[in-house]
Design a protein around this ligand. Structure first.
Ligand code: XIL
Length: 757
């Protein structure tokens, strides 16, 4: 039984947490199709492979599923293929080429001329002197033509020259091109010659100039300049390869977009040839293979995913000119950057990351989505604060001032996004807009600035996710039922009551209807519980329970009743990833404290130190385990309320309901104390079966949840109860998940059924 409750609650808690990122990486089921399929209408998806990749059965399976273009990571480079003049070594290159032939995959050839991974014989004599130009050209021609000829049936394009443009900064007097031995021998002409030799060998192959830091404005201009000069000189250059060794902080998508725009004015073909996105600030040729970091943080994962997602969005926009996007290596385990850089979409175990799903699962419609610029400050903002803002479509826009920060993430975003990554705006602030419309209603969020979690100073705070979080309200179409209107308003007052069982003063908030102070009437009472992440503030602070009641009463849709909202946990306990801890032992002697100080109306013990507020347990699992809350509620709070408020102190006039974990508590307590409660409500908090409630004398049962949290169970359970003759109501809140708009609506739907004779 306990195990079943534990499992059930875990399931609830998981739905209760909006962001996957808070829970670390999740196992993603093995995909049934690949990136190549998702991008079939856009461009080819390639991968750089080593020998292992094409000989291991599992890796072959993955490669064939995901990719439709292959590059040999090293095997076709100058040095590996011709280590000594005229002595060719084709073994590795043949293995990869044969793999591609066998599977009908065309290859990108990489690379014919490069200052690195090249035998020095190509450009210098045995004494280390540079060769005469003619001899160098003869060596180059012989090499290029041998390899191009050998693979012309399977290689459809070549990176003819690699990395010949100088890195920034380039100052007057310094050449725009890299001062390599080849450049020293022949100047820019060696580049032209390489292209001519390749073209002669295979006139059908597409020929690329390939380089890194390809989106850096100054270097991309130099790359453009070189290719433009080649074109003007009639050199057969077809395309530009952007290596795309990027990182989670840069380049900005504007820089990538600008570079593609620039390149596409001089070539018809652009490939991303060596894509990876490392989790540090190194770029291009700057290498730190081991970050010395044991694990990647969730926020870094979010940054990486965001960079990948935004990059592919830009690439899709340019599908006319982008024809292939190649990842540099299959998985993090293979990465030339080392596994600690975490740069690819498959992890060190060849399992897809969440970012893989995000890159693959794009919605083409969202690429063209127009965001309406009618943003207004969220109604939950602190006085005078403009941001966050919300528009009429439900997009949220954030702005945070953090001048020295390197990353700012808002925890709120569409499912699976891990949040919304903000980017530096022109005024130096960090800004960002959710990637799509959010669900209507209230959402918690926080900021993660360089890994540190803080609240947004723009908004008020709301207790949820076991902390005071920032809150934002996406105006709901039916917001009227909880709107603050000019109707008679009830009161929400705090009461402090002594709890003998927990040896502390505890808190409850009591809603009394507007008429309460003007009548002598006695009222029914609803005990209304919050969920695992929340506390006793939640139902009135973000739930607007009091306003919902005021409006229902003003509209004469219900007879007035009292609502009591208390804190529903009694001990230190559960945090994600931990098992519930035992309840801490009371301080010596504390257990002997007489009930006196907590008697109705009594002041806290003089000079003593009863806790002004209950200790903040980490979670509620302990409650489910030892049921301490049942005693607090039934033996302490209910008697306190009945003694201090004008209640109708009997079962028919007493209800208990709760959201999420509060629903589980309701379930347990109502069944354990059928003599106390006549009305039960579970709000995204499970169901009752007819067998369970048989013999309890229950008067009515409400079961509700959001349409995005598995509503079928709720509907079915309500129907079963009705068929068994119980007064039961099932309710599904359209378009909402495990969140407060669901529960506001549930309260609104449940209130009219309660306490009916
Ligand atoms: C890298 C390979 O991945 C490594 O295995 C090798 O040790 C060095 O070269 N730019 C390029 C690629 O054009 O050829 C490089 O590949 C990575 C940088």
């Amino acid at each position: 039984m306990k195990k079943a409750l534990f499992t059930g609650l875990c399931a609830l808690l998981l739905c209760a947490v909006p962001s996957w990122a808070q829970w670390g990486p999740r196992t993603i089921p093995e995909p049934t199709d690949g990136l190549k399929d998702a991008y079939k209408d856009y461009f080819k998806i390639g991968v750089a492979v080593n020998n292992r990749n094409v000989t291991d059965a599992d890796q072959i399976k993955l490669i064939l599923r995901e990719f439709n273009s292959i590059t040999a990571e090293n095997a076709m480079k100058p040095q590996p293929t011709e280590p000594k003049k005229g002595e060719f070594n084709w073994e590795d290159a043949d293995r990869i080429a044969n793999f591609c032939r066998e599977h009908g995959i065309k290859m990108r050839g990489h690379t014919l001329m490069w200052h690195s991974q090249i035998g020095t014989w190509m450009y210098q004599d045995e004494k280390g002197n540079l060769l005469p130009k003619e001899e160098f050209y003869a060596n180059m021609k012989h090499h290029i033509q041998a390899i191009v000829n050998r693979y012309k049936d399977v290689v459809y394009c070549w990176d003819v020259v690699n990395e010949a443009v100088a890195d920034s900064p380039v100052y007057p007097g310094r050449p725009e091109l890299r001062n390599s031995p080849m450049y020293q021998i022949a100047g820019e002409e060696f580049i032209y010659k390489a292209f001519e030799y390749a073209h002669e060998a295979d006139p059908n192959a597409l020929l690329y100039y390939n380089d890194y830091n390809d989106a850096e404005p100054a270097k991309s201009q130099r790359i453009y300049n070189l290719v433009k000069r080649m074109k003007d000189a009639g050199v057969p250059v077809d395309g530009i390869g952007m290596q795309a060794h990027y990182n989670v902080y840069g380049p900005s998508m504007k820089e990538v977009d600008d570079a593609i725009n620039l390149y596409s004015t001089v070539v018809k073909h652009i490939h991303l040839t060596e894509l990876d996105i490392r989790i540090n600030e190194d770029m291009g040729g700057g290498l730190r293979f081991n970050q010395g970091q044991a694990t990647v943080s969730d926020w870094e994962r979010t940054l990486q995913q965001d960079q990948y997602v935004n990059l592919f969005k830009v690439l899709r926009k340019h599908k006319d000119v982008i024809d292939c996007v190649t990842f540099w290596n299959v998985s993090d385990k293979d990465s030339w950057l080392g596994v600690r850089n975490y740069p690819l979409l498959f992890d060190e175990n060849y399992k897809p990351k969440q970012a893989y799903l995000a890159v693959k699962g794009f919605d083409p419609k969202m690429d063209d989505a127009v965001i309406l610029e009618d943003f207004k400050p969220s109604e939950l903002n602190q006085p005078g604060q403009e941001y966050p803002m919300v528009n009429s479509q439900g997009y949220a826009r954030f702005k945070v001032n953090a001048p020295k920060a390197t990353s700012v993430i808002v925890s709120l975003g569409l499912g699976g996004s891990g949040g919304t990554v903000l980017h530096k705006a022109e005024d130096g602030s960090w800004m960002g807009t959710t990637s799509g419309p959010m669900d209507e209603g209230f959402h918690y969020y926080h900021l993660t600035i360089d890994g540190g979690v803080v609240n947004d100073p723009g908004t008020n705070n709301y207790y949820g996710s076991t902390r005071w979080e920032s809150g934002i309200e996406i105006p709901a179409h039916d917001a009227d039922f909880y709107a603050m209107k000019n109707v008679p308003h009830g009161k929400v007052q705090q009461v402090l009551f002594w709890s003998n069982s927990t040896n502390q003063v505890r808190v409850a908030w009591v809603y009394t209807p507007a008429e309460y102070d003007k009548t002598k009437k006695k009222y029914p009472v609803l005990y209304l519980q919050h969920g695992w992440g929340e506390n006793e503030y939640a139902w009135w602070n973000q739930g607007h329970a009091n306003l919902i009641m005021d409006n229902l009463i003003a509209d004469k849709k219900i007879e007035p009743f009292i609502i009591v909202m208390t804190y529903g946990m009694t001990n230190e306990g559960f945090r994600p990833g931990q098992m519930p801890a035992a309840r801490p032992a009371a301080a010596p002697g504390a257990g002997a404290r007489p009930a006196g100080p907590g008697a109705p109306g009594a002041a806290p013990a003089p000079g003593g130190a009863p806790q002004a507020r209950p200790a903040r347990p980490a979670g509620g699992m302990g409650m489910m385990m030892n049921n301490g809350f049942e005693a607090v509620l039934c033996d302490e709070l209910v008697p306190y309320i009945d003694a201090n408020f004008r209640t109708i102190a009997k079962k028919e006039s007493r209800a208990m309901a709760g959201l999420s974990m509060g629903g589980m508590e309701t379930h347990t307590i109502t069944l354990a104390r059928p003599e106390m409660f006549g009305w039960y409500g579970l709000l995204s908090g499970g169901t009752y079966s007819p067998e369970e409630v048989q013999g309890t004398g229950v008067k009515g049962i409400f079961i509700g949840c959001g349409s995005k949290e598995g509503p079928d169970q709720i509907r079915a359970a309500a129907q079963k109860l009705q068929e068994a003759g119980f007064n039961a109501k099932g309710y599904v809140s359209e378009g909402t998940a495990h969140e407060f708009l669901t529960w506001r609506r549930c309260l609104y739907e449940m209130a009219p059924m309660l306490f009916k004779k």
